[in-house]
Design a protein around this ligand. Structure first.
Ligand code: ZN
Length: 138
């Protein structure tokens, strides 16, 4: 088993009036060199549907220097209708994320929940504050 120390949250950087499903994301990732699958382990669509991406046992491709020891979760959205970074989480996505994080923290109690931008300040991703999840789950 891999050692998991981080659960990293991302957004897909999609405008809130557009769709970008897990299937869309997988298709685009697989166009990249060396990608044989979607880069994330989980993808949460706007309607709260949680789609499993790479198996957790497999190293993801979502956060440079941190892939070896992390799980990557991506939420569809992250831009307003003008293309500006924005918290576009739907209620359904928030519920789904809470459920997923509860499950993952059961399996990996020592993993820290972090935002992509906390590891790479050049990126605004995931365009929402993740400290609320750290407070909830420790
Ligand atoms: Zn990201």
């Amino acid at each position: 088993m891999r050692t998991i120390t981080l659960i990293i949250l991302h957004c897909s950087a999609t405008r809130e009036n557009q769709r970008y499903t897990a299937e869309d994301c997988k298709r685009d990732h697989m166009k990249r060199p060396h990608f044989k699958d979607i880069g994330y382990h989980f993808y949460i669509e706007r309607d709260g549907k949680v789609v499993e991406g790479r198996p957790i046992e497999k190293i993801g491709a979502h956060c440079e220097h941190h892939n070896n020891h992390s799980i990557g979760i991506c939420l569809e959205g992250g831009l307003d209708c003008h293309g500006q970074y924005a918290d576009t989480r739907t209620g359904a996505q928030e519920m789904a994320l809470l459920g997923l994080l509860a499950r993952l923290k059961d399996d990996y109690p020592h993993a820290l929940i972090v935002a992509h931008h906390e590891l790479n300040p050049d990126k605004p991703c995931p365009c929402f504050d993740v400290s609320e999840y750290r407070q909830l789950f420790g």
